[in-house]
Design a protein around this ligand. Structure first.
Ligand SMILES: Nc1ncnc2c1ncn2[C@@H]1O[C@H](COP(=O)(O)OP(=O)(O)OP(=O)(O)O)[C@@H](O)[C@H]1O
Length: 340
């Protein structure tokens, strides 16, 4: 396989083929096909319950797929994990009592065939000054960074981080991402899950959006914005109905919240002129589509009224044939603003 510039693509680090994981009636992972190449930093972005942790559990061999397969570095997950090629920082982890940070990281490093020097793991995680402290006496943010050092200790080729900044304040987040990027710059592969759009956009080369256990979009932040359609036109309905809005020129999707309509459009000029002809210009706002808009266009939510004029809209980048962009959009429990 070659890249568009003709250079050979790096080898595959992670490969999911038709992976399915069910829990009773819930298809937590619902037919995931995903390939991540060495050196990529990929964000797995989705709302609560979208299937991020379940996908990660398959990748780490903590769960077996009911259907399909997962492989790492061209071998089985179990082989890759045994060979020390994978480091993980999961959402839950209990502090080990009475050992120091250095002892813990040294212990973990000692279990790997080619670990990172302990001092280097501590430095990379930014916790050198905590080396002599007991791990059960640290703050939440400090504990998170120790867990990051533990994930790095084996010098893994693939680092997997499940919502790594969930417990961190703004400053600690900043420091954490600087550490992650330093590790990625060494040529390692990083997969992190998040429901923060800004984090995905700022810290990943590629964003994989997951919803209801399926990948609904795969591309850079820019590509996702493009997939969501060029602009948003919002206005007050002022009591008028929504009939016909989806047929206005340029409009690809319509969302209504209370008395306000938001139209996603490929041609905001034409849409605004048509709205003006209808006399519907009260509280008019025109804005370029944001990543928030893209995310909401690509994921579905049950708690909003929405109507789509283009099912399967706008060519989800990188994942032809995925069922993305159903046009259903609206509020989510992520840190998303609905109207800017
Ligand atoms: N062990 C389990 N038993 C039953 N249902 C489960 C189990 N693990 C996950 N689920 C269900 O599978 C779906 C996906 O959950 P998952 O934890 O993968 O989502 P997530 O995207 O990681 O969510 P969050 O952002 O809240 O961590 C949810 O409906 C969840 O309730």
């Amino acid at each position: 396989m070659t890249k568009t510039d003709g250079t050979p693509a790096p080898p595959v680090a992670v490969s999911f083929t038709g992976a399915v994981k069910t829990f009773g009636a819930v298809r937590a992972v619902n037919g995931v096909d995903l390939e991540i190449r060495r050196g990529e930093t990929v964000a797995l972005l989705g709302r609560n319950g979208a299937g991020k942790s379940s996908t990660i559990a398959l990748l780490l061999g903590l769960d077996e797929p009911d259907e399909g397969s997962v492989s790492l570095f061209g071998t089985s997950v179990a082989q890759s994990v045994r060979a020390g090629r994978v480091g993980a920082m999961l959402q839950e982890g209990r502090a080990v009592p009475r050992v120091t940070v250095r002892e813990l990281v040294s212990f973990v490093a000692g279990r790997y065939p080619a670990p990172m020097p302990v001092g280097e793991a501590l430095a990379l995680a930014g916790i050198e000054e905590l080396a002599g402290r007991r791990v059960d006496k640290l703050s939440g943010g400090q504990t998170q960074r120790v867990r990051f050092a533990v994930a790095l200790a084996g010098n893994p080729a693939l680092l997997v981080l499940d919502e790594p900044t969930a417990a961190l304040d703004v400053e600690a987040r900043h420091a954490f991402w600087a550490s992650m990027r330093a590790y990625a710059r060494r040529g390692h592969t990083v997969l992190f899950s998040t429901h923060y759009l800004e984090e995905a956009d700022a810290h990943a080369d590629r964003i994989v959006v997951i919803d209801h256990g399926r990948i609904v979009a795969d591309g850079s932040g820019e590509e996702l914005k493009r997939a969501a359609g060029g602009s948003l036109v919002a206005f007050d309905l002022a009591g008028r109905g929504t009939e016909g809005l989806s047929l206005l020129p340029g409009v690809t999707a319509v969302e209504v919240r209370g008395d306000r309509a938001r139209l996603r459009t490929d041609d905001s000029d034409a849409t605004v002129i048509a709205l003006a002809e209808l006399g519907a210009i009260r509280g008019l706002e025109v804005a370029p589509a944001s990543l928030d808009d893209a995310f909401m266009a690509l994921t579905s939510a049950s708690d909003s009224v929405s109507e789509s004029s283009s099912p399967g809209a706008s060519g989800t980048p990188g994942t032809p044939g995925t069922p993305g962009a159903s046009g259903a959009s609206g509020a989510s429990d992520t840190d998303l603003e609905t109207v800017r």
